[in-house]
Design a protein around this ligand. Sequence first.
Ligand SMILES: Cc1ncc(C[n+]2csc(CCOP(=O)(O)OP(=O)(O)O)c2C)c(N)n1
Ligand code: SF4
Length: 280
Amino acid sequence: MAFDYERYIRGGKLPHIWCPGCTYGIVFKSILRAVDAQQLDRNDIALVSGIGCASRLPGYVDFNTLHTTHGRALAFATGIKMSRPDKQVLVVSGDGDATAIGGNHFIHACRRNIDITLLVFNNYIYGMTGGQYSPSTPTDRFASTMPYGNVDAPFDIPSLAKGAGASFVARGTAFHAAGLDKLIVDAMRHKGFSVVEIINACPTTFGRRNKFKSPTDMLLWMKETFLPVAAFEKLPPDKAAGKFPMGVLHRREGAPEYCEAYYGMIERLKRQESEKGGRG
Ligand SMILES: Cc1ncc(C[n+]2csc(CCOP(=O)(O)OP(=O)(O)O)c2C)c(N)n1
Ligand code: SF4
């Protein structure tokens, strides 16, 4: 039976703002399927975003949603999770939102291991504001603010997340949508801070500047460039150049989760106080 997306969509907010050929719609549907697969009650989910084309996504979904300020989604999400640790908190962020203006929130959320899932929509560019380069724009690629080619080295977002302490790190792409559903489910089920980098196509501000003839070309590039981890690891170095692994890239179980550690400490202190009181 066809999946009933409309159950989760706020029809009154349509039409959406995404350009023809943008892959954000593909990922949007993957998120809905991943939530549905877990049979979660929509009232138990908070979906938070900052600003940017990716960050418009919560507006279209009938969960508890928050559209906040540029780069600050994780700060708002942390507040939600701290006040309602029983709820499932998901954040949707562009690469600029997550790793440029929100970069500090990003690394500290990783370090803190709070039980939030961050989905970074990496389209290698600032989409909404017209194609300025971002921290993930590859060297030599073109952007409105790098018209002669980017001279900076990009962040590898999964490596950044792992290095900063995230306990679950994965990468998927809009082309490999079925696999992406599973990665989002795994990330949401993981206890601790989980990051999924999702490779996306922005034909409007990245593709047209970077010699992709069409949105389809961008999807075909994803198909050729991203390989399951096991296949990637078997490649000899010359064949691995220019390719990237996808799937679960890092998982560390059993690290203390932030809300549990924080509220556990409060309970401990309360017990100590009442024991002291009991001794007069
Ligand atoms: C504090 C602040 N600085 C800058 C902006 C302008 N701004 C809005 S969206 C955006 C970039 C969005 O790029 P990204 O986060 O990669 O998301 P995308 O649009 O590509 O999905 C910028 C710079 C803003 N809204 N607020
Ligand atoms: S500008 Fe790019 S990221 Fe934004 S909606 Fe258009 S194609 Fe998608």
